[in-house]
Design a protein around this ligand. Structure first.
Ligand code: IPE
Ligand code: IPE
Ligand code: MG
Ligand code: MG
Ligand code: MG
Length: 330
């Protein structure tokens, strides 16, 4: 049986009216707890990363060059929604995984995500000057330091997973290393970034855009959710469920990013907007239009909620996260 499956009167046996009332109540309750939990987990991740990125060289490190450390800290300790670590922690909590281990895996994932942003902003890629409301790493510390900060953040992620402070059995650590490597490299984020750059000149069709977005953005978000199941030592069914939930909200996340690139202002976003159209980038928004994108976001949220329906109120936070991902303002 899947943990959290309601016992007694099942969800499907409730009347429509009961269901709507309880949904509305769950939504009101979860909104407050969602915001509180997102803020609390972001603060915990910042503090964990802040102490990992201290001046002191660790065992088997020879020295930590100050400009590179400063560039890494700038790239990862500069705000950000911290959605991916939140997903690791909430997915782990949902399935009964250890909180401290989830925090460290979330911090590792945030290192990969932040590295991807540092490199994404480089002149050879999107050539952006502002990220998370501050100068991008190459603007603040130069291109060479930005490239090396990205390299070092990526490497640090695997250090954090393998380190003895991450209190998980070796088998689970190995599974996390493999899953994060597959999500980050040529068949995941980095490969997706290559396809995304090619999409500035190649006019990809809808299927090609969905594939590249599943890679460049979806893979790390899918990892975040699956990691929760790995940390919890869950079985294959739960792991598959979390992967599918992650894939669904991952698609919604990039669709919302592309929509916000068109509709939001740079100050709210903390980064330049209007860039996709200016670069002629093929996105689902450029291909299908804003109205379609909004309807598609609603459809993806409904799909994520349907996946978690058997869990009832226990899935409140994950359902709320799906809505946040799709309907966020930044
Ligand atoms: C931005 O990710 C890059 C994309 C994958 C679209 P986020 O919107 O999660 O950025 P931060 O981490 O909050 O800055
Ligand atoms: C970036 O996509 C995805 C990454 C893997 C970093 P974008 O290029 O659309 O992200 P933003 O809009 O610069 O944050
Ligand atoms: Mg990009
Ligand atoms: Mg970009
Ligand atoms: Mg974008």
């Amino acid at each position: 049986m899947i943990p959290g499956q309601p016992i007694g009167l099942s969800f499907r046996q409730k009347s429509n009216c009961q269901r709507q009332r309880s949904h509305a109540k769950e939504r009101r309750m979860s909104e407050t707890s969602f915001e509180t939990r997102l803020k609390a987990s972001a603060a915990a991740v910042e503090s964990c990363l802040g102490s990992i990125l201290g001046e002191q060289a660790q065992a088997d490190e020879i020295a930590r060059p100050a400009p590179l450390l400063a560039a890494m800290r700038h790239g990862v300790l500069n705000g950000g929604k911290r959605l991916r670590p939140f997903l690791v922690m909430e997915s782990a909590a949902f399935l009964g995984g250890d909180h401290q281990a989830a925090l460290r895996i979330g911090a590792a994932l945030e290192c990969v995500h932040s590295y991807s942003l540092v490199h994404d902003d480089l002149p050879a890629m999107d050539d952006d000057d502002v990220r998370r409301g501050q100068p991008t790493v190459h603007i603040a510390y130069g291109e060479a330091n930005a490239i090396l900060a990205g390299d070092s953040l990526l490497t640090l992620a695997f250090d954090i997973i393998a380190a003895p402070e991450t209190n998980l059995p070796d088998r689970q650590k190995t599974e996390l290393v493999l899953a994060l490597a597959r999500a980050s490299g040529i068949g995941g984020m980095a490969g997706g970034q290559a396809l995304d750059l090619a999409a500035e000149t190649s006019a990809p069709d809808e299927e090609a855009i969905v594939t590249l977005q599943a890679m460049k953005t979806g893979a790390l978000i899918r990892f975040a959710c699956e990691a929760g199941a790995i940390i919890a030592g869950s079985g294959a069914d739960e792991r598959r469920l979390m992967r599918t939930y992650g894939e669904t909200i991952g698609l919604a996340f990039q669709l919302a990013d592309d929509l916000l690139d068109l509709t939001a202002d740079a100050e709210t976003m903390g980064k330049a907007t209007g860039k996709d159209a200016a670069r002629g980038k093929g996105t689902l928004v450029s291909l299908r239009g804003q109205d379609w994108a909004e309807a598609e976001l609603a459809r993806l949220v409904a799909e994520a909620e349907a996946l978690l329906e058997p869990f009832g109120a226990r899935a409140d936070i994950l359902n709320e996260t799906a809505r946040f991902v799709a309907h966020r303002s930044h």
